[in-house]
Design a protein around this ligand. Sequence first.
Ligand code: G3P
Length: 218
Amino acid sequence: MKFFIDTANLDQIREAQDLGVLDGVTTNPSLMAKEGIKGQENILNHYKNICEIVDGDVSAEVISTDYAGMIKEGEMLAALHPQIVVKIPMIKEGIKAIKYLTSKGIRTNCTLVFSLGQALLAAKAGATYVSPFIGRLDDISTDGVALIRQIVEMYNFYGYETEVLAASIRHTMHIIQCLEAGADVATCPLSAILGLLNHPLTDSGLEKFLADYKKVNG
Ligand code: G3P
C-alpha cells in the first residue's frame, strides 16, 4: 500500500519525505487555507514547492464546479509539474471533466466520494484515483472502512484500474484497517503515519538491549 501525506504543510511533507516511505501528497482547498496560502500565484507556487520536496504524485484540487472551468483549471494545474494529479469533485460536471482530462492523458483524483455508486462512476470516467472519505463517514455513524472494502472488491471483480485512495484518515488504526481492506493508497496526517512506529515492546526491548550492552562494555 502506498502512503501519501494529507497536508499542505511543507515542514510536515519534508519530515514524511525524510522518513523515506512517502509516495505522494494530497491537498485540498481547506488544507491550503489552513497554511494561509492564498491568491492563484501563491497557490500554484506552493504546489510546485511540494513537487520539489516529494518524488511521487501530488494532488491539486480545482475550485471550479462547472465543466469548462474544471477543464481549464485542470489543464493549468497539470502543466505546472509532471507529478501533479488533478483533483476533481464527485459531481456530474466533475465526472465529465475526468473523462475529458483522462482522454488528454491528464491524471485525476476523484474526491469527495462517499458511496459505491460514486466510485463506479469515477472508475468508468477513467479516474486515476478515487478518494473515499472514511473519517467523514465514521463521523455520521457509517462504516468508512467498509466502503473501502466494497470499492476494492468491485474494482477487482470488474477489472477497473482506478486506484483506491483512502482519504479522511484520522488516526493510525484507520491505516491498519485500510491495509486489511486492500486500499491501494492511504493518505494520512503525519501523526497517523508516525503512530505506526509505536509499540511498548519495541521501547522496552531496546532499553534492555542497550542496558545489557552497557553492563558488559561499560
Ligand atoms: O483527504 C481528505 C481529507 O483532507 C479530509 O479529511 O479530516 O477533513 O475529513 P477530513
